[in-house]
Design a protein. Structure first.
Lengths: 288, 272
């Protein structure tokens, strides 16, 4: 029963990945002639300053995104009404940005931030703030981060909200009887109950922000200078722009391994406590 | 009582503020789509003073524009069907049987999603050109399975684990064969799960551009790629661009309206 999935995964993931591995250890002078270079490309990439800078920029971007979107998403989910007609309205409106093609998201913010024709740019300029995302590094970063918050916070909200509505009313009644404060209700009832969905939210947001390509490409094109050239933009420039297949393939693999490693860390940290309590319960059950 | 009422008030205000923040950029795009280029570029107006539908008429009368929408819808629907029908049996296996490594199923499936599309663009192009599939809808639909199948398996597994095993056993005792049991009894039980999985496949396939653009030339070109081409060619046709953008939002809005009551349930059931 798992065979179709395995076939599809082989076709869409493993074969392409093998192609990349193949490129990463070879060099070519065209004419489809390849020869073995071993780990040369990997060494070159790992030592290049361009790669280090792009990696740091991407890490910083993902870090900021997680630091803003996760708390904001939880807060909005907590503030959402639990029942009534407004729930549907809120859900539909909040999900809207998630369903806009990514380059359209880029276009929306490119226009929205323009000083001459955009609401945001014009508004900021009219209150005297010197804002220009095509020239000022800080403005470009702020624009990209606000854009991503606009685009993806709703995903965190939807996930957390789905966790929150699944909590049985009894839990809250018990808390009320105990006279629990709002904070302890959140800390000891709501947070543990939404931990699973929160893990998914963190993983998805981390992966997608780390792999972000289309939106910054449309809005800033990696500029001003190289200020918003994230790993993905750098990679596409190298592979498609300069056609340096070997280094690009090596970089792809390093990129993929970085994501894998960081996701594994998130996953282990966030589920480790879970396993402990489960094992503890099992042990307690066994001894009884 | 007053503190809790003030709290309610605060909650309503913050949710409203968040929604306004979400809608403002969309409003700005909508506003632009009803203006002509001269008004967009020369004056700053909060609503169209010279209301026009010309931008939309341009799109609906030019085949190179509206065929983009049709192409996008075709490969998105194909992807939904492939991803869900492949994911259904796999999810059933994961929810009913125990085998090595299934505890970390979620993580291993997600590694598929961790591969940056930028990494896969070139190999995909070579793979599909080897099969002669470049510029066909099926190529894009298959390529998008890379990130949609894992998600679909995972969502469906959550819903299936919510169905008690006794139902399977009773059906076998009653003499149902496996395919008949699966289609007649099991599938209806998890129909909302299928809806949610289909919704997420739709969502991630609809918004993806990089892979879709690379694998298509003309016949299967998605609308988002048509848009980028027009930006670079004519440069300043903001009105048409805005109208095209608004039209890309509509299918998503419709889909989410249909599944609105199930989305929240979808993730709560998933097993991590």
């Amino acid at each position: 029963m798992v065979v179709p999935v395995l076939l599809l995964v082989a076709l869409s993931a493993i074969i392409p990945l093998m192609t990349v591995v193949n490129y990463s250890v070879q060099d070519t002078f065209g004419n489809n002639e390849f020869f073995w270079v071993g780990t040369e490309w990997f060494q070159e990439i790992l030592q290049s300053e361009r790669f280090h800078n792009a990696l740091l920029r991407t890490l910083l971007f993902s870090g900021l995104i997680l630091a803003i979107e996760i708390p904001l998403g939880i807060a909005i989910a907590l503030a959402m009404p639990r029942r009534g007609a407004w729930v549907s309205v809120c859900l539909v409106l909040m999900a809207l940005p998630l369903l806009i093609p990514w380059n359209v998201v880029g276009t929306i913010w490119q226009v929205f931030g323009r000083v001459d024709i955009g609401l945001l740019g014009h508004g900021l300029a009219s209150v005297g703030i010197d804002y220009n995302y095509t020239q000022n590094t800080l403005d470009a970063w702020a624009t990209l981060i606000i854009m991503d918050v606009w685009h993806w916070t709703s995903l965190v909200v939807l996930l957390c909200y789905s966790g929150l509505v699944a909590i049985p009313e009894v839990f809250y009644q018990a808390a009320r009887i105990d006279g629990a404060s709002r904070w302890s209700v959140f800390r000891y009832i709501q947070l543990p109950k939404i931990k699973r969905v929160l893990l998914i939210a963190v993983l998805l947001r981390f992966m997608d922000s780390f792999m972000i390509y289309t939106e910054p490409f449309v809005v800033t094109g990696g500029g001003p200078g190289n200020a918003t050239t994230f790993l993905s933009i750098d990679l596409v420039q190298m592979a498609v722009g300069q056609f340096d297949l070997g280094p690009a393939a090596a970089m792809s693999l390093i990129y993929f391994l970085v994501i894998l490693l960081l996701c594994w860390v998130f996953y282990t940290v966030m589920t480790s406590h879970d396993n402990e309590t489960q094992n503890g319960a099992r042990r307690a059950g066994g001894s009884r | 009582m007053t503190t809790s009422r003030r709290m309610q008030y605060l909650k309503a205000v913050s949710v409203t503020a968040y929604i306004v923040f979400l809608l403002l950029p969309i409003y700005w795009l909508l506003n632009m789509s009803f203006k002509n280029n001269q008004e967009i570029l020369s004056t700053f107006t909060l609503w169209p003073t010279d209301f026009t539908l010309d931008n939309y008429i341009t799109i609906f009368t030019d085949p190179s524009w509206y065929s983009g929408y049709i192409n996008s819808l075709i490969y998105v629907l194909m992807n939904m069907v492939i991803a869900v029908s492949v994911a259904l049996p796999a999810a059933y296996a994961f929810s009913r049987y125990r085998f090595v490594g299934d505890k970390h199923l979620f993580f291993w499936l997600l590694t598929n999603r961790m591969a940056p599309p930028a990494v896969f663009v070139l190999p995909f192009f070579q793979l599909y050109s080897a099969f002669g599939l470049i510029d066909t809808h099926i190529a894009v639909a298959l390529a998008h399975c890379l990130f949609n199948v894992p998600l679909a398996v995972w969502i469906l597994e959550g819903f299936m684990s919510g169905v008690p095993r006794e139902i399977d056993e009773t059906a076998y005792i009653d003499g149902y064969s496996f395919p008949r049991f699966f289609l007649r009894i099991f599938t209806p039980l998890i129909s909302s799960g299928i809806g949610v999985a289909a919704f997420f496949c739709f969502m991630f396939s609809w918004v993806e551009l990089l892979i879709a653009r690379t694998l298509t030339v003309t016949d299967a070109k998605p609308i988002s790629a048509v848009m980028t081409r027009t930006v670079s060619a004519s440069g300043l046709d903001w009105g048409v661009l805005a109208a095209a953008g608004i039209l890309t939002i509509i299918p998503g809005a419709l889909v989410i309206y249909f599944v609105r009551n199930h989305i929240a349930k979808g993730f709560a059931l998933g097993r991590v």
